[in-house]
Ligand binder design. Sequence first.
Ligand SMILES: Cc1cc2nc3c(=O)[nH]c(=O)nc-3n(C[C@H](O)[C@H](O)[C@H](O)COP(=O)(O)OP(=O)(O)OC[C@H]3O[C@@H](n4cnc5c(N)ncnc54)[C@H](O)[C@@H]3O)c2cc1C
Length: 323
Amino acid sequence: MIIRGDGVAAYCCAHLLSKAGFQIELQPVDRPRLPVILLGEQALALIRDIFDQPGLFADLPRIRKRIVAWGPSAKPGTVEHSAIVVSEESLLDAIRPDLVPLGSQEVHWTIVAARPLPAPSVEHRFGSRTASAVPVTLNENSDPAACWIESLGDGWLFLVPGWLLSVGAAAETLLAGSRVVAAEMAERGRPLAEFPAYARIASPLCAPGWLACGTAAMAFDPICGDGTAHAIREAILASAVIRALAQGEHLEELLSHYEARLTAGFRRHLMLCRQFYLSGGTGAFWTSELDAIDHGIQWSDAKLRAHAGFRYQLRGLELEAVL
Ligand SMILES: Cc1cc2nc3c(=O)[nH]c(=O)nc-3n(C[C@H](O)[C@H](O)[C@H](O)COP(=O)(O)OP(=O)(O)OC[C@H]3O[C@@H](n4cnc5c(N)ncnc54)[C@H](O)[C@@H]3O)c2cc1C
């Protein structure tokens, strides 16, 4: 089978399916890498477990606290945290599977973990905000084991040692009104890349012959900080669907299960985002992004209403039919 993409989702599908005896060809695509990803304790544990690497990133320094000022004139509060900061490149280097090309073998299934999506699938977008990543240095007396999150009139800022993520407006615009983040920074470089930062989902997410997975299937707002763990959970489900198909389980029911499970996960993400965008600010940026999120929730509800109920459940890495 073919797995198109070279992100976490593609690597996870390739790892799980080759371990289960499938022959896999990875088809990489060229795209910008994220300079920084924050991986919380649970996401890191999941990656270590799935990729059989119990000591992965054990030597990286930890972020131990999150300093949050969210909402108009909110005072900064401190929340305990445990996370590591890695570049997407180093994460992918650590989990890249070792595969050989398929040659002339017949291919029955493709996991689409990178655009373009097969027809008739289209992407539904619920927002318009973008994020840019800017290299920075912290002040001498800033805590190197902290990260900072601040909402402002036209967007929000997220600072980790080495990087500033600016969402909704350019870093200089947001920093001009910043009460928390700006005070922690000594120097700022030029923005490296701009990424869409609103939630979006492909529909349909699968059809006979292909399954969409990872960001190609659903993309998440970085405010929730769980995109990587989501991509891995989608890859676990996609791989389980492929294995269940190979064992003769019912094609349409499996595809319907996959579509509904992913849509339900997307709805949960929108509900989480809703709380942030409801409380982050009151200006045009916040109200228009909140409207788009609400539209996404209604869209997901309509999709889920058409689903008859879950006939499978995941046990470990396997899908089992429930009676
Ligand atoms: C700005 C930003 C910050 C993030 N921070 C975190 C974080 O701190 N922790 C975390 O767990 N997850 C974070 N994520 C999400 C995480 O990067 C993805 O969920 C994860 O990499 C998905 O893996 P994948 O295999 O689907 O990747 P892919 O589909 O290969 O994509 C990986 C990333 O690259 C971006 N991308 C893909 N194609 C393009 C393109 N053509 N142009 C521009 N960008 C593209 C995607 O939006 C995605 O975030 C962030 C995402 C963004 C956009």
